[in-house]
Design a protein around this ligand. Sequence first.
Ligand code: HPA
Length: 234
Amino acid sequence: MKNTPHINQTAEIAETILLPGDPLRAKFIAENFLENPQQFNSVRGALGFTGTYDGKKISVMGTGMGIPSIGIYSYELINVFKVKNLIRIGSCGTIQNDINLYDIILAQGASTTSNFSYQFNLSGTYSPIASWTLLDKAKKTADKLDITNIHVGNVLTDDVFYCDDETANAKWAKMGILAIEMETAALYMTAARYKANALSILTVSDHIIKNQQTTTKERETAFTSMMNIALKMA
Ligand code: HPA
């Protein structure tokens, strides 16, 4: 068993991990979708579990919100715990009229307002993208499950939830951004840098331009399609 400043390992961690933002959602998934779940972390309430699904070992862990938080956990999971496949299962707010609440978005790319990439000292702008292997698997799994309310494209990983600039979203929408969330760009950059595979599967929990939201309870329990894609492809 290994230790980092943020993960005090108490059970095995699988090569494939599902990463919801909310640690209680990680617990819910472990208890309702995995067989024989063992808790592997509780530091800072970032609950993590490993169990089996269809005979395959799979882990699930809450990352917390935002780039710094998922940046820390993805770094440690890849570099210390040798995790190979990191699948974020999160929520997002759409900024497109033809996308609906509860639709699913596969984040092919993640634009960002964050400066996370400064650390790589690049001489230009980096494009964080999903693992093609995972993206292709996720779309094929969704097709097999007859999940048709699914979109593949670019999302915005925003550093700010309560943005003071009310004109910002419309400009991102014009560039084809499907939805806004707060973690994917860091996950994709960390996976690229340390040679792991990453994908974000997102459920639309907010319609930012139509001003519609799901409730907290719905967010916790109603994301079965997304979980089915993630678990069956893993
Ligand atoms: N903005 C940013 N992140 C989000 C949102 C949102 O509206 N909904 C879920 N995650």
